[in-house]
Ligand binder design. Structure first.
Ligand code: MG
Length: 230
């Protein structure tokens, strides 16, 4: 057999030894009913906001009581920076309905401080479609409106792949997949790197903070955890 053939066989054997199919997946103990799996980073367990700062710097002003945090004064962002992630977050819009449209139970989850998945009381509350609950704000409406009633706990399970800056200055798009209360509402939507809020952060970047928005409404949050995917 020729040397080149031997090399080809050897390289194929090497490729096979490192292919993903041969690597045993790590064992993860799953949570129950939305609780964090064993490999998750818990960002808020209902007790304290030690993983967060105010977006203006310093300690968050949000009220923590009865296992939830209530929006106050300014947004909060994680001390940790994230790239591609799976995020679980539970929220409730105020039980006492005030305002309408974008003024009712408005908050939001910003990935990398840039791309907002909208939190809004969209139960019998019309607004523009790419601004209602579970929209990729300003970009894409949800497939359906899966909102629960005001005051009821709701959950988002979100897979985010960050847009990546390329060496030539262009952006490789990322994506959002969002499940709202068990219902698929964003199905691998492209994230092209144009931020919802350009003022605070701009440009595609490998990592950035998660940010929960203050929009002047006392929205509640609980049970927030994340799994890094890269
Ligand atoms: Mg918002």
């Amino acid at each position: 057999m020729k040397t080149t053939s031997l090399l080809a066989i050897a390289s194929l054997m090497f490729l096979r030894t490192v292919s993903a199919a041969d690597v045993e997946p790590p064992v993860v103990t799953p949570g129950n009913h939305g609780s964090a799996p064993s490999d998750a980073m818990v960002l808020f367990d209902g007790k304290d906001l030690s993983a967060w700062t105010s977006e203006k710097g310093g300690e968050p002003a949000w009220k923590v009581e009865n296992g939830y945090a209530e929006v106050r004064e300014s947004g909060i962002m994680t001390k940790e920076q994230f790239g591609d992630i799976q995020l679980h977050v539970e929220w409730a819009s105020p039980a006492e309905v005030k305002g309408d449209g974008q003024g009712r139970g408005n908050s939001g989850v910003y990935f990398q401080g840039r791309y907002e998945i909208q939190v809004l009381d969209s139960y019998n509350n019309k607004t523009y479609f790419n601004g209602q609950a579970a929209s990729f704000y300003g970009h894409n409406a949800p497939l359906v409106n899966a909102c629960r009633k005001p005051g009821e706990w709701q959950q988002y399970d979100i897979v985010f792949h960050a847009p990546k800056p390329a060496a030539d200055g262009t952006v490789v798009p990322g994506s959002f997949t969002v499940i709202h209360n068990g219902v698929l509402v964003q199905d691998h939507i492209l994230v092209k790197g144009d931020a919802t809020t350009a003022a605070r952060f701009s440009g595609a970047t490998p990592t950035g903070p998660l940010l929960l928005q203050n929009h002047g409404n006392p929205v509640h949050y609980r049970n927030i955890w994340v799994r890094k995917l890269n």
